[in-house]
Design a protein around this ligand. Structure first.
Ligand code: ADE
Length: 225
């Protein structure tokens, strides 16, 4: 079973939206599993402190290396082969290609950062892979980890309604998806493009490819060679 272990200060945020819809069904059918562990269980002292002020000064707080390493070592066996991701706006951007790799593997361990960041030594010492879901700053890694899990879980075999719907979508062919239409044939004076009703499948395929290329050129020229 594809399994996810999440280390977080807010375990109550899981499974959250992943408990419903496609991913929720797959969770109850045992296609994947989710375990959310509280980093604070490994905090220091009566107040279970997990963070401290940054060495060298500056704003915010930093998650302690010893606390996070202890949480990780207690929850994830040393011989566990799952990639260990640290959600962070500083990470490498998540791509559909990386999502596909993760979905094909045994699962993931995801650490959700909060505050200014985590002590660099635990990133090095435990081989954490920093991953960002985009160039904006969230208040913590929890929502980013839900995004990452959603993207992976829908690719697991038996999760998506129609297996084919995985390969025709945006990014899988390096382009954005072409526009879709359904009934009614005319809506508020807007008609479905004639070509889609022509029954000429070669022509339709060509039109869709052109539309994909046009949209990608207009919106995401960075995706083109
Ligand atoms: N934590 C805060 N912002 C984030 C982002 N953009 N991606 C991943 N984790 C984050």
């Amino acid at each position: 079973m594809w399994s996810a272990t999440i280390l977080t200060l807010y375990p109550e945020m899981f499974p959250g939206p992943l408990g419903t819809s496609l991913s929720g069904d797959a969770l109850s059918r045992g296609i994947w599993s989710l375990e959310a562990r509280n980093i604070r269980d490994h905090g220091i002292g009566r107040h279970r402190a997990v963070d401290d002020t940054p060495a060298g000064g500056g704003p915010g707080m930093v998650i302690r290396a010893d606390v996070l390493a202890h949480a990780l070592d207690a929850g994830v066996p040393a011989d566990d082969t799952r990639p260990r991701l640290l959600m962070s706006p500083r990470g490498r951007p998540l791509t559909q290609a990386r999502v596909r790799q993760l979905a094909e593997g045994p699962g993931v361990v995801i650490i959700c950062g909060r505050f200014e960041g985590v002590d660099e030594r635990v990133i090095e010492g435990r081989g954490l892979e920093e991953v960002s879901i985009g160039d904006y700053v969230l208040s913590g890694g929890e929502i980013a980890s839900l995004v990452t899990l959603d993207a992976c879980v829908r690719l697991l075999s038996g999760v998506m309604g129609k297996e084919a719907s995985g390969s025709e979508e945006s990014f899988e062919n390096g382009l954005l998806e072409y526009p879709h239409y359904t009934r009614p044939r005319e809506w508020e004076g807007r008609a479905i493009p004639d070509i889609l009703l022509s029954g000429d499948h070669a022509k339709i395929a060509r039109w869709r490819k052109e539309q994909s290329e046009r949209l990608t050129r207009e919106r995401r020229p960075d995706l083109l060679p």
